[in-house]
Design a protein around this ligand. Structure first.
Ligand code: AHR
Length: 502
């Protein structure tokens, strides 16, 4: 049997987990909004037209922050189209996704939905086809108390209290040639800086996310971050980072190594941000907002039969497998282990569009495979992440030699002294005996062990079989002499919960 060993010390931490690490993302794309969050006439719809079956599942994911309205969509969006009497709102061509946007759901509906979902809104402004002026108007509409044109419009629309939206994104993926209003780093850096200044003058309590690269593979990656931050460093709080992984070549060992690449990516963006700080002799640290991350490849190139300019077309809908859930679990572990610099992360997206929740329009909603590791990490991954010394057998993956079979994160809940060990066995054939040395962590005992695995790595959940892939209770883990021992099944995601024994 393979063996891996983790050593922990109760005094050695990576950092505190910001709860916003478990955020989500809702874009006007496909059936995310219409048929996902919002579907008046659906049997579960509430008085606002929100699907309560979806709301319940989102609450189960417990996403403290929700990014909106895009994504690529935001770079052509006129936010004014989405407020005011619904019957007077214009229908517009959404050039990002070649869809027809009815604007029936807009900023006011989104904020109302967030209140019900238990999420803090994180709103992106359009720095593609628009600029600083529209950005500061939207902020004034949302956050100013009243007595100005835009805040009085909000009040006239039936919302007397300011929304107090704290988190704002300065555009989306502005380095991408596909983006409406795509810019060079110097063009974007200037616009982002000026938008940031106007927005912080409008409401100094807000926090701002400036666009980093849309992916590590972009030719401008690295140079983009440093040039943009050279312009905007003093006015922004976070730099964004996005990644999606896939298994188009059906190479599962390589796919399972992707969460390690995500860790490299984070460390590179941190290095870029800190290099800008160093040149300025600044002790200020720009934190990271990983505001798009997920597995995405099943639906690539698969929308040819859907006519352009449809309303809420069923596009970008991935049916997630067990191995996708393992990769999402690994990505969550990467985020936890970088919680000292990644303060916000948004699983992209929340419903139907590359999402943990799937619905049938007019029909039921269910949990996709990736729902489970996210829900567990969101529930048990809040607290202090401990430093680990990991000894693990390794395997060579295509493009990445020496991948540790074990990927793990250990989170201490300071109030109770409880410890959660998230552990992924990436070996496809063999069991992995995991031992965790629990130094200076009190008298822990195993309270619960949940595992996610399936004989078929391509198994999915469907409308007919919504619980085909779900976590199961496992047995056989124990603590003796300050050492936790558990034998992890091949290709399995594990959540070992330890509590203080009296
Ligand atoms: O999440 C889907 C899309 O992926 C977003 O609109 C865009 O920002 C990214 O490229």
């Amino acid at each position: 049997m393979l063996r891996a060993r983790v050593t922990l010390d109760g005094d050695f931490f990576v950092g505190e987990v910001d709860p916003r690490l478990f955020g989500g993302f809702a874009e006007h794309l496909g059936r995310c909004i219409y048929g996902g969050l919002y579907e008046p006439g659906h049997p579960s719809a509430d008085e606002d037209g929100f699907r309560t079956d979806v709301l319940e599942l989102v609450r189960e994911l417990d996403m403290p922050v929700m990014r909106y309205p895009g994504g690529n969509f935001v770079s052509g969006y006129n936010w004014e189209d989405g407020v005011g009497p619904p019957e007077q709102r214009p229908r517009r061509l959404d050039l990002a996704w070649k869809s027809l946007e009815t604007n029936r759901f807009g900023t006011d509906e989104f904020v109302a939905w967030c209140r019900k979902a238990g999420s803090e809104p994180m709103i992106a402004v359009n720095l593609g086809t628009r600029g600083p002026d529209a950005a500061r108007s939207l902020l004034e509409y949302c956050n100013h108390r009243g007595g100005s044109a835009w805040s009085d419009l909000r009040r006239a629309n039936g919302h007397p209290e300011p929304y107090g939206v704290k988190l704002w994104c300065l555009g989306n993926e502005m380095d991408g040639p596909w983006q409406m209003g795509h810019k060079t780093a110097s063009e974007y850096g200037r616009v982002a800086c000026e938008a940031a200044k106007l927005m912080k003058l409008t409401d100094p309590r807000i926090e701002l996310v400036v666009c980093g690269s849309s992916g590590r593979g972009m030719p401008t990656f690295g140079a983009w971050e440093t040039e943009v931050l050279d312009h905007a460093f003093d006015h922004v709080d976070y730099v964004s980072i996005h990644t999606y992984y896939g298994n188009a070549d059906d190479d599962t060992p390589a796919f399972l190594s992707k969460p390690d690449e995500m860790g490299d990516f984070i460390e590179e963006v941190v290095a870029c941000a800190d290099s800008v700080a160093a040149r300025r002799r600044s002790s200020r640290r720009i934190m990271l907002s990983f505001d798009e991350w997920n597995v995405w490849f099943h639906s690539h190139g698969g929308h040819k039969e859907i006519p352009d300019w449809s309303v809420a077309p069923p596009i970008v809908e991935d049916d997630y497998t067990v191995e996708d859930a393992l990769v999402v679990g690994g990505m969550l572990i990467t985020l936890l282990n970088h919680c000292d610099r990644v303060k916000i992360a948004c699983l992209a997206q929340v419903v139907n569009v590359i999402a943990p929740i799937m619905t049938v329009t007019g029909g039921p909603a269910w949990r996709q495979t990736i729902f489970h590791p996210f829900a567990q990490a969101s529930r048990f991954g809040r607290g202090s992440v401990l430093r680990q010394v990991v000894e693990s057998p390794r395997y060579d993956a295509r493009g990445r030699p020496g991948v540790p079979c074990l990927k793990s994160a250990c989170v201490l809940e300071p109030a109770t002294g409880g410890l959660t060990v998230f552990a992924l066995n990436r070996c496809l054939q063999e069991e992995l005996e995991l031992t965790v040395e629990l130094r200076a962590l009190g008298n822990l005992r195993v309270a619960e062990w949940l595992t996610l695995r399936h004989d078929d790595l391509k198994a999915v959940n469907t409308r007919e079989r919504p619980d085909n892939v779900a976590p199961q209770a496992a047995e056989g883990a124990s603590v003796a002499g300050g050492t936790l021992t558990a034998v992890l099944q091949p290709a399995s995601w594990n959540v070992l919960r330890l509590s203080q024994a009296g």
